[in-house]
Design a protein around this ligand. Structure first.
Ligand code: FE2
Length: 335
């Protein structure tokens, strides 16, 4: 599949990634990891519900956990997007149901009207237009701690069919900023799709899916990413680091990844760039070009590519594209 013509007039107006709904086996343990370790603010902690926001966010939550009694790892209940108005949700309801998706309105705590469905590759998604508002903590510098996280920026979802996901999101106005394709072909391995001003709100990468690979919070300084690692170490949480700091070629992100107590992968990063003008062409990367994943440093370990969070009530399908990324284990054989 080659690059699609962007739908400049989508049926309704999505503004950005909004929030992620996950499960936790122990909300107190989850709270310790995100509040004391990474520095998020707890905005609600109820018997079976825990929510967080980061420093620049004025909405009630960007990260939500529902308690689930199980011995299994956590699951993803949904990935949430924001639209401008409730009217957009009504248009979205008609749009999705007319083209064969089962979209329905649901109740979610601490947010307005919410539309829920499964996308073309089986990921659970929801849309809402409003949440209770509070003042941000951007200039409450005495409250900045951990990774000093500013806002939820993007999610990455592993899918068995990247082109199918790309078509679905292109039709509702997501724009391709960067992509990875199998060498010398147009077979897409990954697509970086955006609504807001920077490189991505959602990434789809090739693999057994749908699975949530990670969600990512932006912080304004490289030193904040490193400080988060120091804080995690001082809390004896350093072993939760899933991939050490480095810089992605794609998106230019200086990153670090952790796995939370339920196995959910969270990225802290800085230095994405603006993609705004519509004549700016998507940037292509060959799959074998390891600079796409790290401009410097070692490749990610195999588990980073293949372990992820399952979506609720979704069966996992094997990928249609057989293209393997270069892993740390592969790299060390030649080093
Ligand atoms: Fe990311």
């Amino acid at each position: 599949m080659s690059v699609l013509k962007l739908n400049y007039d989508p049926p309704f107006n999505i503004t950005r990634l909004s929030h992620v709904n996950l499960t936790s086996r122990d909300l107190d343990v989850t709270r310790h990891f995100y509040e004391k370790g990474l520095g998020l603010e707890v905005t609600a902690h109820e018997k079976n519900y825990l929510s967080f926001r980061s420093l620049e966010e004025t909405s009630h939550h960007s990260l939500v956990f529902e308690k689930k009694e199980t011995k299994n790892p956590g699951i993803c209940k949904s990935v949430g997007y924001r639209v401008y108005k409730d009217e957009d949700l009504k248009i979205a309801f008609d749009y999705f149901n007319e083209i064969g998706y089962q979209a329905e309105f649901i109740e979610r705590p601490h947010q307005g009207l919410t539309l829920c469905l499964k996308d073309s590759v089986g990921s659970c998604i929801e849309f809402c237009s409003s949440m209770p508002q509070k003042k941000s903590h951007m200039q409450n510098f005495h409250k900045h701690s951990g990774g000093k996280l500013a806002f939820l920026d993007h999610v990455q979802i592993i899918t068995h069919d990247v082109p199918k996901a790309y078509e679905f999101y292109n039709e509702i106005g997501f724009r391709l900023a960067e992509y990875t394709a199998k060498d010398k072909t147009d077979e897409m391995w990954g697509v970086w799709l955006k609504r807001k001003n920077n490189t991505q709100d959602v990434v789809f990468s090739n693999g057994s899916g749908p699975q949530l690979h990670h969600f990512a919070f932006h912080t304004p300084e490289v030193s904040n990413v490193i400080h988060a690692a120091d804080v995690m170490a001082s809390l004896n949480l350093a072993n939760s680091m899933d991939r050490p700091p480095g810089r992605h070629g794609i998106g230019n992100a200086f990153f670090i990844y952790f796995r939370d107590p339920d196995g959910h992968r969270v990225e802290l990063f800085t230095s994405h760039y603006n993609v705004i003008d519509i004549n700016q062409k998507p940037k292509r990367w060959d799959l074998s070009d390891t600079r796409r994943s790290q401009l410097w440093g070692f490749p990610a370990p195999k588990k980073w590519f293949y372990e992820a969070t399952q979506f609720e009530n979704s069966s996992i399908k094997k990928p249609s594209l057989n293209a393997k990324p270069v892993t740390l284990e592969d790299f060390l054989k030649t080093w």
